[in-house]
Design a protein around this ligand. Sequence first.
Ligand SMILES: Nc1nc2c([nH]c(=O)n2[C@@H]2O[C@H](COP(=O)(O)OP(=O)(O)OP(=O)(O)O)[C@@H](O)[C@H]2O)c(=O)[nH]1
Length: 140
Amino acid sequence: MSATEATDRVPVDVAVGVLFDAQGRFLLCSRPEGKVYAGHWEFPGGKLEAGETVEQALRRELIEEIGITIGPAQPWRVHVMDYPHARVRLHFCKVRAWTGGFEMREGQQMAWSRLPVEVAPVLPGTLPVLDWLAEEAAGD
Ligand SMILES: Nc1nc2c([nH]c(=O)n2[C@@H]2O[C@H](COP(=O)(O)OP(=O)(O)OP(=O)(O)O)[C@@H](O)[C@H]2O)c(=O)[nH]1
């Protein structure tokens, strides 16, 4: 296998927040213009910087991108995705508490969502999460 095979690529760690409101809805955001997959819907988050934990990165990214300061981030699932542009290791965390008002600082849109989601298109790396949420809702 050559070094350029997708599975040989070192994954980039990404911290992702699944925020739930008091009604059990979860937050999706559209990816801003200028990024890969612009306009696709995803859970908010971003890449870890050197020396950061997942929770630290998530807290920083959510302040930077959507203007809130999260409370505890509960580690939930880890999922590796291969894209043509990158191999990412997504660390999904559940978040139920935060302070501050939502402010889409990169011009994104936000949508409090339920299953089945009504926004489209959804980022490929976000689709498994919707399946996991559906499984949990079904009591699996
Ligand atoms: N935030 C987020 N990223 C996801 C999800 N699913 C998924 O595959 N990704 C991927 O994880 C990576 C996150 O990178 P990003 O570009 O949003 O993060 P960033 O703000 O730190 O990057 P940048 O500053 O280089 O633009 C992208 O390759 C994105 O496609 C998801 O649900 N949420």
